[in-house]
Design a protein around this ligand. Structure first.
Ligand code: ADP
Ligand code: MG
Length: 364
């Protein structure tokens, strides 16, 4: 980097030098969203080059789309964003536009958000916070739906803490891959399932971060060979970050179910999850309050994590409260043993009945 006084000699003032930098341009470009997406063109990796000549800025953007509106809108938004840079001179936007490759392999982010062929409805089970029972709800919901006669798939999208394999009692199963590198789900308790847990051994570290994790997840979602399904349940990782956004922008999710426990710390994160789905236009089907109470002493209920937090939140957000699942040792036991409680007869088991109701409310 040249010292600032040589720039003054060349006619560029110190202020200009300080103001227009590649970083400041990149930061502004981070405000330009890909049309129809809540994600920006920088994080999509579309900005190929930033050239700064004194106060003039040229940005090279590479797109893979046949839709002329995409470059037009990005052009306008980019000019508007960069003009807001103090001291900016001429702004030029150069496009390198290619035809989109096969949507399965990606390229155009909008083409990449595809329905999975043969899959009728995709339901994401999400929470802001970890440990609230997302995987428990996803697994039992999948089983309850399949007991209605539907064909169901369950996809564990949690790279860092997969648990669906354990909950289905299928940790030892190895999914097969086809010659085209598609992953064939395993089958357990009448549902098809695939989990990052199937792909990693228990003690192999998962040091996949940032863009690599995003790519891994996209590939994973696109390469599963589900066949015909009435429902595909996605067990999302906790949080509302890049990975979660990538998932809901890679496949077109029809509905989101938010799992929370009743206390404020969980509700704060549930709110963030609801906000994330609103941003990407995924309808929130409702809230499931898990660990709602603990029942003992001949039917006396103890509200360990507070009472009615899920119901109040649902009312505030204008979404249904889909189910209240109590804290129940048997539910935990059966998850650990790979025999989800929803396998029980709903007529004889209240928790199984709650999951059957949840399945009914999400069925179409
Ligand atoms: N209603 C419940 N009653 C008892 N234990 C539960 C209940 N829901 C979840 N658990 C247990 O709590 C732990 C965390 O649940 P899990 O579904 O893995 O959460 P998450 O996927 O949100 O991290 C697991 O051991 C699970 O068996
Ligand atoms: Mg989980």
């Amino acid at each position: 980097m040249p010292p600032w006084w040589t720039l003054i000699r060349n006619g560029v003032t110190r202020e200009h030098y300080a103001m227009i930098t590649e970083n400041s341009v990149r930061e502004k470009l981070g405000e330009v969203n890909y049309p129809g997406f809540s994600r920006d063109i920088v994080s999509f990796g579309l900005v190929k080059e930033i050239l700064i000549d004194g106060t003039d800025v040229t940005v090279k953007i590479s797109l893979a789309t046949r839709d002329p509106n995409v470059p037009r809108q990005i052009h306008e938004a980019t000019e508007a964003a960069l003009s807001a840079l103090e001291g900016a001179g001429k702004i030029s936007v150069d496009f390198d536009i290619q035809d989109p490759p096969d949507p399965v392999t990606g390229g155009d982010p909008s083409a990449g958000q595809s329905s999975i062929p043969g899959v009728k409805k995709i339901i994401a089970v999400a929470s802001g916070k970890g440990g609230v029972g997302k995987s428990t709800v996803a697994t039992n919901l999948a089983i309850a739906l399949s007991k209605t006669g539907a064909k169901v798939g369950l996809c564990d999208c949690d790279l860092y803490g997969p648990s669906v394999a354990l909950m289905l009692g299928a940790e030892d199963e190895q999914p097969m891959a086809t010659e085209q590198n598609e992953i064939v789900p395993i089958e357990a308790h009448g549902i098809k399932a695939i989990s990052m847990g199937f792909l990693l051994s228990e003690d192999s570290p998962v040091i996949v971060r940032g863009p690599l994790a995003t790519r891994y997840t996209q590939q994973f979602l696109r390469q599963c060979l589900w066949g015909e399904l009435d429902y595909l349940i996605l067990d999302l990782p906790p949080g509302t970050g890049d990975i979660q956004l990538t998932i809901v922008q890679t496949v077109s999710v029809d509905a989101a179910v938010i799992v929370t426990t009743p206390q404020e710390v969980a509700l704060i994160d549930a709110r963030k999850a609801i906000g994330m789905f609103a941003k990407v236009n995924v309808p929130v089907a409702g809230i499931v309050e898990n660990m709602a109470w603990f029942e003992c002493d001949a039917g006396k209920k103890y509200y360990i994590f507070g009472k009615g937090g899920g119901a109040k939140e649902a009312e505030k957000r204008g979404v249904p409260l889909l189910a209240e699942i109590p804290l129940d040792p048997q539910t935990r036991d059966r998850a650990d043993a790979g025999q989800p409680v929803a396998l029980e007869d709903p007529g004889e088991n209240a928790i199984s009945a709650a999951f059957a109701e949840l399945a009914k409310s999400l069925g179409t």
